[in-house]
Design a protein around this ligand. Structure first.
Ligand code: PMP
Length: 396
């Protein structure tokens, strides 16, 4: 029997979310999450995945994953510190360290887990964390878990960061102070001002943490935002995910050997949660190999993004100031945005609407995520739908 308290909690809150239009309905995808997806028997151009390089469905990754199932089975069998560290996990970490140009890497089961793990392994209640106000939910949760004082600075506002860093450090209240930022912000596609952030960090002796979930595989010819700015020696934590450009699942921190050793003995998801499967580990390693061997996929991603951006701009849409493949089509009004996305679906394009409270009120947008796997024909079909609906709704 369900507890009455739970039942009324659920009823009240679900009704509230539904009334506010915030109750997320899930669209299950039948089959693979590639550039074309099938939802409810309908084929759609997929502009909503983070599968930037198309590796989630790449035959070369599938091949090694199948072999790993044969040689290693389907599960790691234990947490990393008991006997769940397989040769394949170590190969992945070694390869990632070479890719990132750092001394060592520790991998986790997801990017989300990684932020929860790494931040709280280093920061505690006697510390402070300066966090960009638009940082990802997993950063926010990782910061909360650490119990450090969280000091939010205005998005990419370096004057605000400097002032708050100065105040925190000069207060003498904290043992350590960290600055933490997304490398690429996923709603607008803008890039963190890392050179300035690093400058402030040097001035005030801040620990630096960059979540490069959307920069890895994308910026710096694939090596990420930190490499893009040539700051490999200046960032303590280079966090990344294996679930976006790499196409698989998992997360990691790249950094100095001593830091990674500490995370291996102190970060709780590493100590208490089973490692990713052999197939996941080997597929990620293969993806990193491919990125190190050639920049072809990375170049294709940028070419396709430019094509989509040029097309939308030519049609008269506002695509914001994205510096990365993330391509918001900013429509403003929340209802227009939701209607637009629904109409796109009917016309064979899957691109999600993002509205308040995920983005500020009046800046509703349909977010497009082009990948290296899209063909020009797919992108043309999407642009054709954008033109048709834009005219129909009187938005262009
Ligand atoms: N950080 C950022 C900036 C992200 O966008 C995401 C994924 N949405 C994550 C962390 C979490 O990564 P994962 O999906 O691998 O858990």
């Amino acid at each position: 029997m369900t507890s009455k308290a739970l039942q009324s909690f659920l009823e009240e809150n679900i009704t509230d979310l539904k009334e506010r239009g915030l109750y997320n309905e899930i669209d299950p995808v039948q089959g693979a999450n590639g550039p074309i997806i099938n939802i409810d028997g309908k084929e759609l151009v997929n502009l909503s995945s983070n599968n930037y390089l198309g590796l989630a469905t790449d035959d070369r990754l599938k091949e090694v994953a199948k072999d790993a199932v044969d040689s290693h089975g389907v599960g790691a069998g234990a947490v990393r510190t008991i006997n769940g560290t397989l040769d394949l996990h170590l190969e992945l970490e070694k390869k990632l360290a070479a890719f990132k140009g750092t001394e060592a890497v520790i991998s986790y089961q997801s990017g989300f887990n990684c932020n929860m793990a790494a931040i709280s392994a280093v920061m505690d209640k006697n510390d402070a964390i300066l966090s960009d106000e638009l940082n990802h939910a997993s950063i926010i949760d990782g910061c909360r878990l650490s119990k450090a004082k969280i000091i939010r600075f205005s998005h990419s506002d370096m004057d605000d960061l400097r002032a708050k860093a100065k105040e925190a450090v000069e207060s003498g209240q904290y043992n350590k102070v960290m600055v933490i930022t997304d490398g690429v912000f996923s709603m607008d596609g803008d890039v963190a001002k890392l050179p300035e952030i690093v400058e402030v960090a040097e001035e005030f002796d801040l620990i630096t943490y960059v979540d490069d979930a959307h920069g890895s595989g994308v910026l710096g010819k694939g090596a990420g935002t930190v490499k893009h700015f040539g700051l490999q020696d200046k960032v303590d934590f280079q966090m990344g995910t294996l679930s976006k450009a790499i196409g698989v699942i998992g997360g990691y921190v790249a950094g100095k050997g001593e830091l990674i050793d500490w995370l291996k003995v102190r970060s709780r998801p590493f100590l208490f949660s089973t490692a990713v499967s052999p197939a996941d580990a080997v597929a990620s390693t293969k993806a990193v190999d491919l990125l190190m061997e050639s920049t072809d996929l990375n170049e294709k991603l940028w070419e396709n993004s430019q094509y989509l951006k040029d097309g939308l701009k030519k049609l008269g849409f506002d695509i914001g100031d994205s510096e990365t493949p993330i391509t918001p089509c900013i429509l403003g009004d929340e209802k227009d945005t939701q209607d637009f996305s629904k109409r796109l679906y009917e016309e064979g394009v899957y691109a999600k609407s993002i509205v308040f409270p995920t983005v500020p009120r009046g800046t509703g947008r349909v977010r497009n995520m082009p990948t290296a796997a899209h063909t020009k024909e797919m992108l043309d079909n999407a642009l054709f739908a954008y033109e048709k609906i834009g005219k129909e709704l009187g938005l262009i």
